[in-house]
Design a protein around this ligand. Structure first.
Ligand SMILES: [Zn+2]
Length: 349
């Protein structure tokens, strides 16, 4: 490889009342005079409206675009708004969906994107990856990293604890993602970055070590998880792919998204996946399980509201989700007998 490009956010503001800084952030980065806020009805009430007022005070004009879901259709509609109203920059205000739609539409229209998460439920709030609903279900697509991230820990601490616990699960999942990456490097000579892998692994380790301090409604907990999500996002930026934070446990989650009648949250599924994949890697799966219990994230199929059959089926099909992402699941995946044994041994079913 002759050269490599790392796309990193230029400004990251984390803390109490950070939302009030959104005007300063956008004007200091000279993003332009006309912003578009992508939000859903709930996040508009929680933060979108306020963000608009703050931007107005900084002399910027703001339009609002309320979305229902993170779908290709919504992305196209927002792209239309960006073009029709000559929008200079886009803010995604929300947990997951508005962020994904804002990220993709701004990328397609080549305008900067500012991420304003109202919950810390997955590392997509900082990364360049987005997850969208297409005709064949949910798919992850590459877009661009946010030029700025504004994380108001007061707002995030006020979101349901289930979301924060899911964010912890997505970070703990880095433990198995880095093992899969190393395996792909050793067996397939895939590009590997020791810096990116170490950063990602350290972030997961810190989360596991501090799991017992993650408490509902506590702003320090929200702060800790936000910093971990930023660090995980930076690891992905250094790698130039989601590799450091997405391995076999993410493939399991993608499979559940397709198979399960009612999938659980992304971070919840990745956390549970990480318990099982750590077992396959021969690592300390019980430590992962305990950390998830400590933060209040599910560790069983029942706690995720997913059936035994769906878990087994997702385990056997996970390797098909991204055929070019080599992991411990290999090219042929698990047999259903092995899948059942794995899920039973690790107390998932
Ligand atoms: Zn994830």
């Amino acid at each position: 490889m002759k050269w490599k490009r790392m796309e990193l956010p230029r400004s990251v503001v984390v803390g109490h009342g950070a939302l009030d800084e959104v005007g300063n952030v956008c004007s200091s980065l000279k993003l332009g005079r006309k912003g578009l806020i992508v939000e859903d009805p709930t996040t508009r009430r929680i933060a979108g409206e306020r963000a608009g007022e703050v931007l107005n005070k900084s002399g910027m004009k703001v339009e609002h675009n309320i979305i229902k879901e993170a779908s290709l259709e919504e992305v196209e509609a927002v792209e239309g708004t960006i073009a029709d109203l000559s929008i200079d920059f886009v803010l995604g205000v929300g947990g997951g969906r508005p962020i994904d739609v804002a990220k993709c539409s701004s990328y397609n229209r080549d305008v900067p994107f500012v991420s304003v998460p109202t919950a810390a439920s997955h590392d997509g709030v900082v990364s360049s990856q987005a997850s969208l609903l297409g005709p064949d279900g949910k798919t992850s697509t590459a877009a661009h990293a946010p030029i700025a991230v504004v994380m108001d820990t007061g707002i995030i601490a006020g979101s349901p604890h289930r979301l924060l616990a899911a964010g912890c699960g997505d970070i703990i999942a880095n433990s198995t993602a880095v093992l899969d990456w190393e395996l792909a490097h050793n067996l397939r000579n895939e590009f590997h970055s020791t810096y990116a892998a170490s950063l990602s692994e350290m972030t997961a380790e810190m989360m596991i070590r501090n799991a017992r301090d993650i408490k509902p409604g506590l702003e320090e907990s929200a702060w800790f998880v936000c910093k971990a999500l930023v660090s995980s996002g930076v690891a992905m930026s250094i790698a130039g792919s989601s590799r450091p934070a997405s391995g076999s446990e993410h493939l399991f989650s993608h499979a559940l998204d397709r198979i399960a009648k009612e999938p659980a949250l992304h971070g919840e599924q990745c956390g549970v996946g990480s318990i099982m994949m750590m077992y396959l890697h021969g690592g300390d799966w019980e430590e992962i399980r305990q950390a998830l219990l400590d933060v209040g994230a599910p560790t069983t199929a029942a706690a995720m509201g997913i059936s035994t059959e769906e878990v087994i089926s997702a385990l056997t099909r996970a390797h098909e989700m991204k055929p070019d992402r080599y992991t411990i699941l290999g090219d042929r995946g698990l047999s259903s007998e092995a899948a059942e044994r794995l899920a039973k041994t690790t107390k998932v079913i």
